[in-house]
Design a protein around this ligand. Structure first.
Ligand code: PSU
Ligand code: MN
Length: 306
């Protein structure tokens, strides 16, 4: 992609030039993943936490036909306020949103692409997309997984969103050679809860070990990302049965209203929030902040390897 489509904020560019740690943050979670004003508040708190842990935050979106790496506070506020009006932009959409000089909220996949272009190796989100339940019929598999297979960015997340089929998501990642590493856990976390009953490929317990493994992977020339799975903090983890009930109800409602494609994930998140009377939103906020912190620590350890 030509440089003219990439707009890196001066503070971020300066950090990258001087090998100081930077953490990429996505914007679909702001525009489509949470209601206003929680979305803006959480995005700004993520940035603050990244700073507290010694890294520079780079929230990414498409603004006026450019990948903006390092949004200004007003830009984050606008994204949050406009919400669903801002198109959810994944890999397939990028060229078209840039071409029409539009705005776009970047998913995990497209944030990875922008982070890679800017030279940012570590990215924090809530949960990655994955293989949806019922994918055997719908073929609904998030483009995030293919992106992880090809783009060299580590994604710190609380697992894949629990609305997905986690077992098939892990199978898909395995097929495509994407390592799934548990931070201080041997189990793949299930977003709202700490456990899924499914194993991660490797457990690493410190940011330094994580950073070194990333370095070795990419130095070896093995293309593709890494999933760093960081369980939701205990104090905010939800009750497994009530989460499962809410998910089943939300999926049932999505079916009944024929919600599909890129509208499905935002619909399910919003419906679960209604069903759980906001408890899932609190959990979602807590896990994102927790991921931003770990990402900052990994980015710092990675930068220190230089
Ligand atoms: N994590 C969250 N909330 C979100 C998302 C992730 O806590 O809204 C977004 C991410 O941008 C992710 C997208 O890439 O959902 C996945 O959507 P889909 O299943 O349509 O690929
Ligand atoms: Mn999908």
């Amino acid at each position: 992609m030509k440089y003219s489509f990439l707009d890196i904020a001066p503070e971020v560019a300066d950090a990258l030039q001087n090998s100081r740690p930077v953490v990429a943050l996505e914007s679909t979670i702001i525009a489509h993943g949470m209601p206003f004003p929680d979305n803006v508040e959480t995005a700004l708190r993520c940035e603050a936490i990244v700073r507290q842990h010694g890294a520079v935050p780079a929230t990414i979106a498409i603004v006026g036909g450019k990948f903006k790496v390092g949004l200004r506070q007003e830009e984050i506020e606008t994204l949050g306020r406009e919400g669903l009006k801002v198109p959810k932009t994944s890999r397939r959409d990028i060229a078209f949103i840039l071409a029409r000089k539009g705005n776009g909220a970047t998913t995990v996949a497209s944030t990875m692409i922008a982070a890679r272009l800017a030279g940012i190796p570590v990215f924090a989100t809530g949960g990655i997309g994955g293989v949806h339940r019922g994918a055997a019929e719908t073929m609904d598999i998030s483009a995030d997984l293919q992106e992880l297979a090809r783009t060299n960015v580590a994604v710190v997340c609380a697992g894949a969103k629990a609305v997905l089929n986690l077992e098939l998501t892990l199978e898909y990642l395995e097929t495509h050679g994407v390592p799934v590493v548990g931070f201080q856990t041997d189990e793949f976390p299930a977003f709202y809860t700490r456990r899924s009953g499914l194993s991660v490929d490797y457990q690493l317990d410190t940011p330094e070990e994580l950073a070194y493994a990333l370095r070795v992977k990419w130095d070896t020339g093995i293309q593709g990302g890494v999933v760093i799975a960081n369980p939701i903090p205990k104090a905010h983890a939800m009750n497994r049965e009530s989460v499962e009930q809410a998910i089943e109800q939300a999926i049932h409602d999505a079916d009944a209203q024929a919600v599909k494609g890129k509208a499905l994930t935002p619909f399910l998140l919003a419906r679960i929030e209604q069903i759980t009377a906001g408890v899932s939103l609190q959990a979602n906020k807590a896990l994102v902040l927790n991921n931003a912190e770990l990402a900052a620590r990994v980015a710092a350890a990675y930068a220190a390897l230089d």
